[in-house]
Ligand binder design. Sequence first.
Ligand code: AMP
Length: 259
Amino acid sequence: MNVARTIAETRAALEKRRSGAIGLAPTMGALHEGHLALLHAARAENETVVMSLFVNPAQFAESSDLARYPRAEARDLELAADAGVDVVFAPSRDEMYPPGFQTWVDVTEVGSILEGQFRPGHFRAVATVVLKLFSIVRPTRAYFGQKDAQQVEVIRTLIRDLALDVELRVVPTVRDPDGLALSSRNALLSPNERRRALALSRALATRDREQALAELTSANGLEIDYLEVADFDPPVLAGAVRIGSTRLIDNVVLEGEAE
Ligand code: AMP
């Protein structure tokens, strides 16, 4: 497995692999089974698999949130190698945002509802970094998790609006046996907070907004940011809650492809 730190190294590593399909899975690291599902999906249908590992500072509104985001690069590289990744692109902040950086891409409508209301600028940063990754890697297919349903919708819109030549692949949400959606942020929960966090997946599993809202409102020790039906492709019931200083999001598909 080739670990590339620069755009030039990544392009050089991929140059000789362009005759076959290239699958890209963008991640922020602290890998778990959800990320591995993306890597396995990519491995199954591409000659080359690229994983990016970049904690994108621009998509964090608060520096404290960025500072406490879990990082585990050595372990991530082992897991990526085990999953059959060919190239990891793990750039520095300056490599992605060189001094004077000022070009942003904004998916204005999809990016401003739900998560966008609570995290202004978040999806502008996501769309920009993903477009840049697409430009560096030039993947045939890109893999994203249904766990971040609004992110998928933002990327789908970005690809359509700018006619990007990449196939979007969406991988179903991977959950712990008790229903909690896997997230790098779960590592930040105390055992007690983790128990309380289960209310979110339980509420969403009702697939009914009113019922879910009633369940979440009666749950102890969490604050609801939103719980809404979103008209994405496929439509989802999506929610975000705060438990202590950790914010979790999750969603269930309401129709179309089953999860
Ligand atoms: P992150 O490192 O959290 O930015 O996630 C990287 C990619 O993995 C995104 O496309 C996420 O949607 C996806 N992902 C994260 N958690 C899960 C999960 N539990 N199941 C499926 N995909 C996930």
